[in-house]
Design a protein around this ligand. Structure first.
Ligand code: ZN
Length: 198
């Protein structure tokens, strides 16, 4: 079942989500919800979806970065972003730790800010401790684009959107991004757009 994705301005996107109990995770409500969130993420399409985005303040995230999403992106861009396919998985009650001070800047979008994108600095290496859909504890070590997805989705559980972390001067419509900046290094954007007001 495809769910409606809340857009910026809905209070649920700005509230802290609550943790799920083991019994809740194993119950049919959450199991069905995981399936609906997966279908919604694939239909939209997106690489991650957090429960607050479908109106539920729960610490539940689904992630999947399919090989076919990479077909329209230049090989150099994929390499620069360290973007590789990520199999479908579920992240519940997550704690994220930044493993290195190193950050990377790339354009990033959000299903709850449909039609827009901006440059967001994110840590390149993170570790996530969480539960999976069977309520089993798992630890994820991630780098590159996958680390970015985890940071973005886990931010949703704290009521944080990428616009809180973006470089505001890079905020762009998706159409203009595709027209001018797609497949170009971020450094080229900053050569054309002064990083500070002139
Ligand atoms: Zn988002």
């Amino acid at each position: 079942m495809k769910l409606t994705v809340c857009q910026a301005g809905e209070a649920v996107l700005r509230r802290k989500a609550r943790a799920l109990s083991r019994d809740e995770i194993l119950g049919s409500y959450i199991q069905d919800l995981i399936e609906s969130m997966r279908d919604t993420m694939r239909d939209t399409p997106g690489v991650g979806l957090a429960a607050p985005q479908i109106g539920l303040p729960l610490q539940l995230v689904v992630i999947e970065d399919l090989p076919q999403y990479m077909q329209t992106i230049a090989a150099e861009e994929l390499a620069e972003r360290k973007r590789r396919p990520v199999a479908f998985h579920v992240v519940i009650n997550a704690t994220l730790t930044i493993e290195r001070a190193e950050t990377a800047e790339f354009f990033e979008g959000c299903l709850s800010l449909a039609g827009f994108t901006a440059i967001v600095p994110r840590a390149t290496h993170v570790r996530v401790e969480c539960l999976n859909e069977k309520a089993e504890p798992i630890a994820i070590a991630a780098e590159g684009w996958y680390a970015r997805i985890l940071q973005h989705e886990i931010d949703h559980l704290q009521g944080t959107l990428y616009i809180d972390r973006m470089n505001p001067r890079s905020f762009s419509t998706q159409d203009n991004y595709v027209r001018h900046w797609k497949d170009k290094p971020v450094s080229q954007f900053w050569q054309q757009v002064p990083p500070q007001p002139e």
